[in-house]
Design a protein around this ligand. Structure first.
Ligand SMILES: NC(=O)c1ccc[n+]([C@@H]2O[C@H](COP(=O)([O-])OP(=O)(O)OC[C@H]3O[C@@H](n4cnc5c(N)ncnc54)[C@H](OP(=O)(O)O)[C@@H]3O)[C@@H](O)[C@H]2O)c1
Length: 317
């Protein structure tokens, strides 16, 4: 249970990756300012978190079951918290989906929206009314650079994050009237199970329904480039956790928080040309006409950015 003066932080999806590192970093805060309720849908997956939490487990960090796709699970979890009091809600749980649209069943696409979009809304609907009543609170949503700029073969995942960005843009204005803050965290590639699951899934995927030419572009051109980009530009879950902690602790938290400054030009390009042509044609040339050049540039970037540049990209301020 939280001690007086401690902020209650509830995080979804803490069994791995970014959620796990956020939970541990906040629980290990030197001034013990937070009580973290680290949630996951299956407590059998708690071991990595418990190990990383060390002696904070049971003190500044507690565990709870929460499946963002279930109304009942969300309600039960929030009802189990003293006075249903959550100061900071971090919506982190999410799933990916990559591949030619023709080969993905609609049911799988709905699962992505059920988790990445409705899962977040389900959480916000449960926690926000109390925050509004108390005239205080902070809602954080882990979005993605792909919530701002679509990337080929990530059609449905990007759409789910775009949907979330639109939802948050609307809600942030209303919440300001109630002194409740809403912030988006927008990482580029991050080395987590997300990437591992994506690669495993793609290797198993036969891409039924997609023509051989599309499958070739996906498997032989997009995938190697994507892996290169992950390797060269990927941040660590700790980078994202650090950035999020800074957002929580800022006196005036920013609404948008790109965690990787190397992506700023990509987002800027979109707004520099309102016809959209610049972005579409740049991405087209990068993928289809500059494959080898891109591999070389990304490899060069990997060496240039190792260590020093990366550590300078995590501050939202
Ligand atoms: N990794 C990247 O490159 C990247 C880039 C930009 C944004 N993001 C975003 O960052 C967030 C975290 O992803 P990650 O990279 O840390 O991936 P991850 O290691 O796969 O973690 C995702 C977490 O979400 C949980 N989850 C999935 N469905 C859930 C549900 N229905 N209810 C509750 N929890 C659920 C998973 O739990 P289980 O263990 O039960 O599956 C896991 O703990 C996601 O929103 C993702 O879209 C990731």
């Amino acid at each position: 249970m939280a001690s007086p003066g401690q902020k209650v932080v509830l995080i979804t999806g803490c069994s791995s990756g970014i959620g796990l590192r956020m939970a541990v970093m906040l629980a290990k805060d030197e001034q013990k300012r937070y009580h973290v309720i680290a949630t996951m849908r299956d407590l059998k997956r708690k071991d990595k978190l418990v190990e990383a939490a060390g002696d904070t487990y049971g003190k500044t960090l507690s565990l709870a079951v929460l499946d963002v796709c279930s109304d009942e699970s969300v309600k039960q979890c929030i009802n189990s918290i003293k006075d249903r009091h959550v100061d900071v809600l971090i919506n982190n749980a999410g799933i990916g989906l990559v591949g030619p649209v023709e080969s993905i069943p609609i049911e799988e696409m709905k699962k992505v929206f059920e988790t990445n979009f409705f899962g977040v809304i389900r959480m916000i609907k449960e926690v926000m009314p109390d925050m509004k009543k108390r005239r205080g609170g902070h809602i954080i949503v882990v979005s993605s650079v792909m919530g701002l700029q679509g990337v080929v073969f990530n059609d449905v995942y990007a759409a789910s994050k775009f949907a979330m960005e639109g939802f948050c843009e609307c809600l942030a204005v209303q919440l300001l009237k109630f002194n409740v803050t809403l912030s988006l965290i927008e990482p580029g590639p991050v080395h987590t199970e997300f990437e591992v699951k994506m690669i495993q899934e793609v290797r198993q995927r036969e891409c039924p329904g997609a023509d051989p030419e599309t499958v070739h572009y996906f498997k032989d051109i997009y995938l190697p480039s994507s892996l290169d980009i992950f390797e060269a530009l990927g941040q660590t879950p700790d980078d994202i956790a650090k950035c999020t902690k800074k957002v929580i602790e800022a006196s005036r938290p920013r609404f948008r928080n790109l965690t990787n400054r190397l992506y700023t030009p990509i987002v800027a390009m979109k707004y520099a040309d309102e016809t959209g042509g610049l972005s579409v044609h740049t991405f087209y040339h990068m993928l289809f006409n500059m494959g080898t050049l891109m591999h070389i540039s990304v490899t060069a970037m990997k060496y240039l950015t190792c260590g020093c540049l990366r550590s300078r990209t995590v501050s939202p301020n």
